[in-house]
Design a binder for this molecule. Structure first.
Ligand SMILES: C[S@@+](CC[C@H](N)C(=O)[O-])C[C@H]1O[C@@H](n2cnc3c(N)ncnc32)[C@H](O)[C@@H]1O
Length: 267
C-alpha cells in the first residue's frame, strides 16, 4: 500500500496541485461560456487532483453533466501507456484525493469514469458535449484516439482544449494535434503557452469572444497568426512593465551607448 499524504482542504484553485496556468483558467472560462447559452455537457480526459475539473464544474448550466476520466494511479481499471507514468501518479494521486478536492468547491461530484480514456467512446453520447479537455496520456496513439472520441462527443460548435501541444518532452501530442488539424478538419481558435483550443465548427465567434474579453485586460496580450489560411490567436500573460524609476536608474548607471539601447526598450 502506498502512503498518500493527507492534504489540507483547498480554499482556492491554486491550493490544488496541478499544472493549470492562470491564462488557461481564463481561457476555459471565456470559451466554455462562448459555447452557450444552449445546454451542453463538459468532459475531461485526465483530471489528476481536480484543478481544471473544479473550474469546469463552475461553468455547468442547469442539467449539464461534467464527466471526468482518469486511471487515478491504479491499474485495476486499465493500464497506463508507460511504466513511468504509473510510478509518477501513484505517489500522490488517488480517486479519494480527487473527490475530496472537488467537494471542497462543489456540492456534488462530477460523473467519474475510472479507467482509460478509450472507455469514453462508449460513455459520452454523440454530439452531447460543448467542451472537452484532453489532458490524459501524452503518447501519440492515445492522444490521436482521444481526439477522435472528442470529435464524436462534441456538438458542431464545441471546443476541444489540447494540453501540452508543443511541449518538448511529449512530441507525440504535437503530432496528434497537427494531424487532426491537417487531416481531420480541426480548426484552431487560439493557443496559449500550454494549450491549443480548437473547434470542428467556426472559430470566428470564439475569436470575437476572446478579443472582447482581452480588450478589458491589461495583463493578457493577444497576437494573431495565420495557419493554412485560418486565423489563430496567440494569448499569453503580458510582460510586466519595468518598475517605476527604471529610466532614471538607467540614466545614472549606464554608459551612453547602452543607455540609448535600454531607453528604446523602455515604454
Ligand atoms: C497532466 S495530468 C492531468 C492534469 C489536470 N487536467 C489538471 O489540470 O490538474 C494527467 C492525468 O491523466 C491520467 N492518465 C494518463 N493516462 C491515462 C489514460 N490512458 N486514461 C485515463 N487517464 C490517464 C493520469 O492519471 C493523470 O491524472
Amino acid at each position: 500500500m502506498h502512503h498518500i499524504p493527507t492534504a489540507r482542504r483547498p480554499r482556492a484553485l491554486d491550493d490544488v496541485p496541478g499544472w493549470f496556468q492562470p491564462v488557461d483558467q481564463d481561457l476555459f472560462g471565456v470559451l466554455i461560456e462562448a459555447t452557450g447559452p444552449e445546454p451542453g455537457d463538459l468532459a475531461e480526459m485526465g483530471c489528476y487532483l481536480g484543478q481544471s475539473a473544479i473550474l469546469m464544474g463552475r461553468h455547468l448550466g442547469p442539467g449539464d453533466v461534467l464527466t471526468v476520466c482518469d486511471l487515478f494511479g491504479d491499474e485495476t481499471h486499465g493500464s497506463y501507456s508507460r511504466r513511468g507514468t504509473l510510478a509518477y501518479y501513484r505517489k500522490r494521486l488517488t480517486r479519494d484525493a480527487f473527490e475530496a478536492n472537488y467537494l471542497a468547491f462543489h456540492e456534488e461530484l462530477p460523473r467519474i469514469v475510472h479507467g482509460r480514456t478509450v472507455e469514453l467512446a462508449e460513455e459520452l453520447a454523440a454530439k452531447s458535449c460543448r467542451f472537452v479537455h484532453i489532458d490524459a496520456s501524452h503518447q501519440y496513439e492515445d492522444v490521436s484516439g482521444d481526439i477522435d472520441i472528442a470529435r464524436r462527443a462534441l456538438r458542431p460548435h464545441g471546443i476541444v482544449a489540447l494540453d501540452d501541444y508543443r511541449t518538448e518532452h511529449v512530441p507525440g501530442v504535437a503530432a496528434a494535434v497537427w494531424e487532426a488539424v491537417f487531416t481531420k478538419g480541426l480548426r484552431p481558435v487560439c493557443v496559449s503557452p500550454a494549450k491549443l483550443y480548437a473547434t470542428w465548427g467556426d472559430p470566428g465567434p470564439f475569436q470575437r469572444a476572446l478579443r472582447g474579453w482581452a480588450a478589458e485586460r491589461t495583463d493578457r496580450t493577444v497576437g494573431e497568426d495565420t495557419i493554412d489560411g485560418g486565423t489563430v490567436l496567440r494569448i499569453a500573460p503580458s510582460k510586466l512593465p519595468p518598475p517605476r524609476g527604471a529610466r532614471r536608474v538607467a540614466q545614472e548607471l549606464l554608459p551612453p551607448v547602452v543607455l540609448r539601447a535600454v531607453s528604446k526598450a523602455l515604454p
